[in-house]
Write a new protein. Sequence first.
Length: 208
Amino acid sequence: MPGFRPTHVVPRDGLPAWESPDPSRPTASLDALLPVQLVERRGDWGQVVCANGWSAWVDGRLLVAVPQDPPTPGGAPSREEDPRPLLAHIEETLAAYRSAVEDLVAGRLDAESFHARLDGLRIGFVADGESLWLYDTDRERWLYSDGSRLTTYATSGDPTTAPPPERTRVVQEAEGEGQEPTRFVAEPGRGQAPHEPTRVVRPVTHDE
């Protein structure tokens, strides 16, 4: 196709494709490492065009970006690529879990209160040297980080056209009579969809 300039390639395992951004309308799958041009995004969906002009919709989260020109010196990663916000959220959530464990061990919480206090908490973090795998609960995906950039490693569920929900905030409150010290609060205006349980597939020992 004249003027075709690939922006991404299909992952090495290939990629399912759909006629439209609708999981009920599948079409032919794309071959592994096929160069494609991403022309439109709708939430998680991405419309791609192949070199022969054939177009389809795919899970845009799984496309592998073609390397572009290097960024200018001192250029910061985009918010989508920057690992720091997600790392800060994971640290905050882990601190809340540790606080609940300490209260349980100290006898300030019973088992039922411990369960209620941590209801809805989800966290995923695997470290292996400089390599990190982080679970993004808002987009239901595992991300890989080399320390400077995030890339989607694996996803669960079908892509959606809805924008990602606002990240759940861990709100710390002063302890008092009849008051729970930690709450998990969704940002205003966003709902939280039910989640499948998270499974640990390959634990890694990390020496502190």
